[in-house]
Design a protein around this ligand. Structure first.
Ligand SMILES: CC(=O)N[C@H]1[C@@H](OP(=O)(O)OP(=O)(O)OC[C@H]2O[C@@H](n3ccc(=O)[nH]c3=O)[C@H](O)[C@@H]2O)O[C@H](CO)[C@@H](O)[C@@H]1O
Length: 357
């Protein structure tokens, strides 16, 4: 029997890569030949290229900007080049199926797959679909959604709600190793601050501006984003990292509460790991507002508190964090009711069905 081959795509931010990272080991176990198409410099290259047994291919990418830039005139040519490159890679590697996690790099890949007659499955993890995925929907064989509510925004005939795919390794964290690595103790609760995979300048400023008060009550792991470390801060109970990849599971295990943006992958990880969370979604001004809807859905289900970015001040952060901590048991109780939908197993089943045609 000829070798089974699957091609993954997705990138731009870690949110468009993490689900692929959760699925790749499963397909490796089943003996698939794995290819990945990403951009030349995106985070997907850093996260995927080092993986053993995965061949990473870079293609040219464009971006749709919300502002005027002379790059906007060059982008259609970059995308056409990407389409041509993706088509050549697909023609050469001959995957039986393609799995796309979205982001701009994925659009030419999904279009090329259609031209090459290879079935593509798209995954949408946000409450409302992103633009790259929307552009890709006509070319896809199936669309999978994390939130049940997202089904209202997807083509009815080929969409399925499957739930959140969470990396298996995150469940294997060790609290003691995490605390030891951080130089923290058990006497005060530990808060993890995550501004999404790229960090959030506004959240960083609010946390750093309130450190004196915060550190009286808690210890802080601050995942602040690339280029956003502040080396002038050297405080007991406060550690900062740009981005943590391999040790993240132990840091999660060491954390009692989370302060975070409301990117979909991140918040479902917090939920799966049962961490009460204060969510500060990216504002409508800076995005299509998807994180606000993600956060609202979690607030409605009793998993989270929400603090609007426009209302973010040091005082408000402290007040909301204290409230979150005082209601810990209620949040944990709601989270106990959450049943993970065996999403990973279902995605794998759907991919394998499509692969057989
Ligand atoms: C600015 C932007 O466009 N944000 C979008 C992006 O967010 P973003 O790329 O931040 O994605 P998510 O919040 O969904 O996920 C972040 C992922 O990065 C991981 N992580 C983070 C920090 C770290 O140090 N180590 C680490 O591994 C988290 O565990 C999580 O798995 O994609 C999400 C999913 O489509 C969207 O909901 C967000 O609106």
């Amino acid at each position: 029997m000829s070798q089974k081959r699957i091609l993954f795509t997705g990138g731009g931010t870690a949110g468009h890569v993490i689900v692929n990272l959760a699925l790749i080991p499963e397909f490796q176990k089943e003996g698939y030949q794995i290819d990945y198409i990403g951009s030349y410099n995106g985070i997907e290259k850093q996260l995927i290229e080092p993986l053993e047994g995965v061949t990473y291919h870079s293609i040219s990418t464009g971006k749709l900007r919300r502002y005027m830039s002379k790059e906007n005139f060059k982008d259609p040519f970059k995308v056409l080049k990407g389409l041509w490159q993706a088509s050549r890679i697909i023609g050469k590697k001959k995957p039986q199926v393609i799995f796309s996690k979205g982001g701009f790099v994925s659009v030419p890949v999904v279009a090329a797959a259609k031209l090459r007659n290879v079935p593509t499955i798209i995954h949408e993890s946000d409450y409302t679909p992103g633009l790259a995925n929307k552009l890709s929907f006509p070319f896809a064989k199936k669309i999978l959604a994390t939130f049940p509510e997202t089904m209202n925004y997807l083509p009815e005939t080929k969409s399925v709600h499957i739930g959140a795919v969470v990396r298996e390794e995150l469940f294997e964290g060790n609290r003691q190793s995490g605390l030891q690595f951080l130089g923290f103790h058990k006497q005060k609760p530990t808060i993890m601050v995550m501004g999404g995979s790229m960090g959030s300048k506004k959240i960083n400023e609010a946390i750093r501006g309130s450190l004196d008060e915060l550190l009286q009550d808690v210890q802080i792991i601050h995942l602040c984003g690339k280029g956003q470390l502040d080396p002038s801060i050297d405080r007991r109970g406060y550690v900062q990292y740009e981005y943590i990849n391999e040790g993240l599971k132990d840091l999660f295990a060491a954390s009692d509460f989370i302060v975070s943006r409301a990117g979909s992958n991140a918040i479902f990880e917090f939920l799966a790991l049962k961490k009460p969370m204060l969510l500060i979604p990216l504002s409508r001004e800076a995005s299509r507002g998807d994180q606000i809807l993600n956060a609202d859905s979690f607030v409605k289900q009793g998993y989270a508190m929400k603090l609007e970015e426009e209302e973010l001040t040091g005082d408000r952060l402290l007040r909301d964090l204290r409230e979150l901590m005082s209601q810990k048991d209620q949040f944990l109780q709601q989270m106990e009711n959450y049943q993970s939908e065996k999403a990973k197993e279902n995605v794998i089943k759907i991919i394998q069905q499509e692969e057989k045609g």
